[in-house]
Design a protein around this ligand. Structure first.
Ligand SMILES: [Zn+2]
Length: 467
C-alpha cells in the first residue's frame, strides 16, 4: 500500500525554496543574528546521529536548506566559501517528527476552538521548534485558518515547526471528540451518520487541502456512541481515493482489528484497555499499519501533581504559561488531582500502553512518534516529546532506538521522504545538544540550538520563554 499526503511534497519544496532565497524571489526575514542565512553552510566537528547510525564526528555541508554531503570533520574537501559553524563537543540529532500533536487549542489553563488563531498556532509551533520538534502533524480540531498558516510557516522556517495536519477531523454525533470537554463552542468537527455523509465529509476536507484524514473511533468507556464500521470504512475508502492517509484515534482494543482490516494507515493512540493480541500485531505488520502510542497522554493527567519539583527545572518551566505554573504550584490542586479515581485509571492506562507498545514493536509493527501535546494545557508542547522519549525506554527501547522512531520512522510513517534522516539530499532539520543522547536519553533536553531547512531557528532551550 502506497498512500501519500496530497500537498505535502509541494509544501516542503516551498519551504526550502524560500529558505534558499533567490529562485522564487521570496523575501527571507532578517536573519542577521542567526546562523545559516547564507545558502552554503558547513556544520563542523559535531558528533552526529543521523537517525539510524552514530556517524562519529563529521562535517555536514548544507546547501539551500538541504544536506549536500557529509565529510570528515575538518576535511580539506570542505568548501572554503561557506559559512562555517564549529560545533566541537556538541551532539546533533535529526529534528523530531511529531506525527500526533495539536496547535491553537490552548491559552493558559484554558482550551477550546476559540484559540485557533494564526498567532496562537504560530506561538505553539515556535515552542515545539524550540524544543527540537521541526515537523509536526496537527491531528484534528484545526480551524479554518489551517491551510493559510501551513503555507505561511512552510515559507518561513523561523515561524516554527513545519506544520502538516488534518483539518477539523471526522467524529461521531454526540460522541468523540466530545464537543463540551474539548471546548468546541463552534464545533468544527464533521460528524457523519452514514456512509454517504462520511464520504462527503472526507471529500470536503480533502478538497480544502488537509494532509491527512483524522477519525475518532472511541465510545469513551461506553459513555457515548462510537463511529460505526459503515462510517469509518466509507471514510477510509474516500480518503484513499483522494490520496490521503487516514489516522484513527482509538483508546480500546475493540475497534483496532476492523480498522486495520478496513485499511486505516495509522492507529494514532496506544491501546490502553487490554493487551493487544498476536492477530492484531500480525495484521498491522502485514498491512504496514503505523502505530503511535502517545505514552505521555495519560501520564500528563497526574505526573505534574506527583512531581511538583519538576517545576523547578527550566526545561519544564520555560514551556509553561504563568497561569499553569500557578495552578500546578497549588498544594490543593495537587491533592485533588492525586485523590481523583481517574488518576489511578490513568496510571493503569500508561502501564497497558507501555506493555502494548513493547508487544507491537517486537512483532515488527511500524511505530511512529507522537504525544497529543497541545490538545490540552497539561499536554505540554515541547516537554511532552522529551518525556515520551524517556517513557519509550520503559517499553524496551534503547536511547538510539527511541530516537530512530522519533525521526526516521515517524517521517517514514508520514511518507515524508525528505526528512527524518541527516543524509545527503534531505532537509537540514536538526537539533544541537551539549550532551550525548545515545548515552542518556535525558540528554535530548540539553538543546543549544535548533536548525530547520538549513538555518538556525532557535537557540538554547534554557533561554526559551512562552510568549
Ligand atoms: Zn489528538
Amino acid at each position: 500500500m502506497l498512500r501519500r499526503f496530497g500537498p505535502l511534497a509541494a509544501l516542503a519544496a516551498i519551504g526550502l525554496t524560500a529558505c534558499g532565497g533567490s529562485e522564487t524571489g521570496a523575501v527571507a526575514p532578517d536573519t542577521s543574528t542567526a546562523h545559516g542565512s547564507s545558502p552554503l553552510v558547513v556544520i563542523d566537528n559535531a558528533r552526529v546521529f543521523d537517525g539510524e547510525r552514530d556517524l562519529g564526528t563529521v562535517a555536514l555541508v548544507i546547501r539551500d536548506g538541504r544536506i549536500e554531503r557529509i565529510e570528515d570533520a575538518g576535511s580539506d574537501a570542505l568548501p572554503g566559501d561557506a559559512e562555517r559553524i564549529d560545533y566541537s563537543g556538541r551532539h546533533i540529532i535529526p529534528g523530531l517528527v511529531n506525527a500526533h500533536a495539536h496547535v491553537g487549542n490552548t491559552e493558559g489553563t484554558e482550551h477550546g476552538d476559540r484559540f485557533y488563531t494564526r498567532d496562537i498556532v504560530v506561538r505553539d509551533l515556535r515552542q515545539f521548534q524550540a524544543y527540537g520538534v521541526t515537523t509536526l502533524v496537527s491531528l484534528g480540531m484545526n480551524g479554518a485558518a489551517f491551510t493559510d498558516i501551513r503555507s505561511e510557516v512552510a515559507g518561513d522556517p523561523e515561524l516554527g515547526a513545519q506544520l502538516f495536519g488534518a483539518g477539523a477531523g471526522v467524529g461521531t454525533p454526540d460522541g468523540a471528540p466530545p464537543a463540551a470537554n474539548m471546548g468546541l463552542t463552534r464545533d468544527p468537527v464533521a460528524r457523519p451518520t452514514d456512509a454517504d455523509s462520511a464520504r462527503e465529509a472526507v471529500r470536503m476536507q480533502a478538497e480544502a487541502g488537509v494532509d491527512v484524514i483524522k477519525l475518532w473511533v472511541d465510545d469513551m468507556g461506553g459513555q457515548a456512541p462510537a463511529m460505526t464500521p459503515e462510517v469509518y470504512r466509507a471514510a477510509i475508502e474516500e480518503a484513499h481515493r483522494h490520496e490521503r492517509l487516514v489516522a484513527a484515534h482509538i483508546h480500546d482494543l475493540a475497534p483496532a482489528g476492523d480498522l486495520v482490516a478496513s485499511g486505516v494507515d495509522i492507529i494514532a493512540h496506544g491501546v490502553r484497555d487490554q493487551p493487544v493480541d498476536a492477530a492484531l500485531a500480525a495484521a498491522m505488520r502485514d498491512a504496514g499499519t503505523g502505530y503511535i502510542a502517545t505514552l505521555q497522554i495519560d501520564e500528563a493527567n497526574y505526573i505534574y501533581a506527583e512531581h511538583p519539583e519538576w517545576l523547578d527545572t527550566p526545561f519544564l518551566r520555560n514551556a509553561l504559561p504563568a497561569a499553569v505554573v500557578s495552578q500546578w504550584s497549588d498544594a490543593d490542586w495537587r491533592a485533588t488531582k492525586l485523590a481523583d479515581p481517574a488518576t489511578q485509571r490513568a496510571r493503569d492506562a500508561v502501564a497497558m500502553n507501555l506493555r502494548n507498545l513493547g508487544t507491537l514493536r517486537e512483532a515488527g509493527v511500524a511505530i511512529g512518534f507522537g504525544t497529543d501535546a497541545g490538545a490540552l494545557p497539561h499536554r505540554v508542547a515541547g516537554f511532552a516529546e522529551h518525556r515520551e522519549l524517556e517513557l519509550m525506554l520503559q517499553a524496551g527501547y534503547t536511547p538510539q532506538q527511541a530516537l530512530t522512531v522519533a525521526t526516521r520512522d515517524s517521517a517514514r510513517l508520514l511518507k515524508l521522504d525528505d526528512r527524518g534522516l541527516l543524509q545527503p539530499g534531505r532537509r537540514a532539520d536538526f537539533v544541537v545538544l551539549s550532551a550525548d543522547p545515545l548515552a542518556d536519553i535525558r540528554n535530548t533536553r540539553s538543546i543549544e540550538a535548533v536548525w530547520q531547512a538549513g538555518r538556525q531557528v532557535a537557540g538554547p532551550v534554557a533561554e526559551y520563554a512562552v510568549d
